[in-house]
Write a protein that binds this ligand. Structure first.
Ligand code: BES
Ligand code: MN
Ligand code: ZN
Length: 494
């Protein structure tokens, strides 16, 4: 899907469907409808007379301009009240228009960029993101694609505004990269576990690296064992699929890197502490943290951002078998500390412990881990916020701001000292579960035992990465969360 700009009024852009956005405020609504009516030779007088279109959020109406028009359909989309306008409302309105146009089988969709924008760059980016991301579908394995609704090929944004025209091509190129990288993450998440397992996840990272000029190094099970990564070995030992440890690097070595760590459990059965059958298939997405890291490397490298980043992905499959790690087993991690495996379904923290220890060798300016780590964070925050915990206020504040901007919002949970004792073990340095309460926090406390002397933030994306229902511009399944968040964060982190 291609994003392009045309400096032109809406009625002059050739497309299958055109989309115009209109605010709810009566004055604006009337004047905008008058303007469109005039542009389209008084074909829409009835809309003005009946008042059928009110400009409310999520409202849309299809109009037919009649013979001779550059486009045979015009979709009006409501923006709600102007005083409540936000970038997110632009994303959602563009998504409404784009999905409506796809429903009308449009191959080319033209969007009119609203006039008098406060921030032209951010607004156009938001419109493009909403439209592009809403049209994503995972249909790779469908023999018969949804032919009745083919995927649009071109999204044209138009305006007569001179200063918008001056920046539009650059903004849309950025949007295209951010959205394609997000959809790469979605594809990796949605791929079944018989396609994406540790070796093929590593291959996907390697492909992205080769294509975009960054490096990927993949350690096999023997190298992982030699390094003393007992968590990665322990969790993977029950599976026929050997583990991989993926190391990505982009940018100038002269700067201290930001290290991004992604949980790469390509399938989580729970192991010997096996999960119930209901919705276990979702656990093919237990590598969403890894997908976010690979997607971020794709975006950052294609955008040629002036940053130094390292990506660390421990990739394993968590299976029950005769060779599996057992409840009660004790593992020794990369940094020498030991953990008691009380529950083999708390496997994410066991592999992240090794990666967080390994991160120390880069003398990072910050370490951020992303993981579908706990069901508890979904209970606490649902699908609308990522759980955030860490040891540095400035780092978390920078992430918070990036979260508001991209609407990949994060919300901080406390790491009070009192929680630490919940994961005390009698036989090892720490136990991998903390009992019934505060599950997201005790998981973070476990990770904290393995970090080095660096600024660190843990993002529990279990709720935001795996969607059980469609959202406005993210269909059910993998959301690709983290890619836009981290790319925005990296722009601002010093
Ligand atoms: N991958 C799961 C967490 C998860 C649950 C992600 C639901 C997405 C949706 C993780 O490995 C896990 O099983 N966590 C356990 C921890 C428990 C055993 C302490 C959980 O949350 O139940
Ligand atoms: Mn688990
Ligand atoms: Zn898991």
């Amino acid at each position: 899907m291609n994003l392009t700009f045309q400096r032109s009024p809406l009625n002059a852009v050739k497309s299958d469907v055109t989309v115009a956005f209109i605010h709810q405020d009566v004055k604006l609504l009337t004047s905008e409808l008058h303007r469109l009516n005039k542009q389209f030779k008084n074909q829409f007088s009835a809309v003005l007379e009946t008042g059928d279109f009110k400009g409310k959020e999520a409202e849309s109406l299809v109009l037919y301009p009649g013979k001779g028009a550059a486009s045979s359909r015009l979709v009006l989309v409501g923006l709600g009240e102007k005083k409540h306008a936000t970038l997110e409302k632009f994303r959602r309105a563009a998504a409404t228009g784009a999905k409506k146009a796809r429903h009308l089988k449009a191959g080319t969709i033209a969007f009119e960029v609203p006039a008098n924008l406060v921030d032209k760059t951010d607004s156009l980016l938001a419109l493009a993101e909403g439209a592009f991301l809403s049209l994503y579908r995972y249909d790779k394995y469908l023999s018969k694609k949804k032919d009745d609704e083919p995927k649009p090929e071109e999204l044209i944004f138009c305006s007569t505004d001179k200063s918008l025209a001056a920046i539009a091509t650059r903004v849309l190129a950025r949007a295209q990269i951010l959205c394609e990288a997000t959809c790469l993450a979605r594809d990796l998440q949605n791929a079944p576990a018989n396609e994406i397992y540790p070796e093929t996840l590593a291959k996907a990272a390697q492909d992205s690296a080769d294509k975009n000029g960054y490096t990927a190094k993949v350690l096999d099970e023997f190298e992982i064992k030699d390094l003393g990564m007992g968590g990665v070995i322990g969790v993977s030992q029950g599976s026929a699929r050997p583990p991989r440890f993926i190391i990505l690097e982009y940018g100038s070595q002269s700067k201290k890197p930001v290290v991004l760590v992604g949980k790469g459990v390509t399938f989580d059965t729970g192991g010997i502490s096996i999960k119930p059958a209901a919705s276990m298939s979702e656990m093919k997405m237990d590598m969403s943290g890894a997908a976010a890291v690979i997607g971020t490397f794709e975006a950052v490298s294609r955008l040629k951002m002036p940053v130094h980043i390292v990506g660390l992905i421990p990739a394993v499959e968590n299976m029950p078998s005769g060779t599996s790690v057992r409840p009660g087993d004790i593992l020794r991690h990369f940094n020498g500390k030991t953990s008691e495996v009380d529950n083999t379904d708390a496997e994410g923290r066991l592999i992240l412990a090794d990666a967080l220890g390994y991160a120390e060798k880069y003398k990072p300016s910050a370490v951020i881990d992303l993981a579908t780590l706990t069901g508890a964070v979904v209970v606490a925050l649902g699908h609308y916020a990522t759980g955030m915990m860490g040891n540095d206020d400035k780092l978390m504040k920078t992430l918070k701001i990036a979260g508001e901007k991209t609407y990949e919002r994060v919300w901080r949970l406390p790491m009070f000292d009192e929680y630490e004792k919940l994961i005390k073990s009698e036989v090892a340095d720490v136990k991998n579960v903390g009992g019934r309460w505060a599950g997201a926090i005790t998981a973070a406390w476990f990770l904290k035992k393995f970090i080095g002397d660096y600024k660190w933030t843990h993002l529990d994306i279990a709720g935001t990465a795996i969607l059980e229902e469609n959202l406005d511009y993210a269909p059910k399944g993998g959301s690709g969360v983290g890619v836009r968040l981290l790319t925005e964060f990296l722009k601002n982190w010093k």
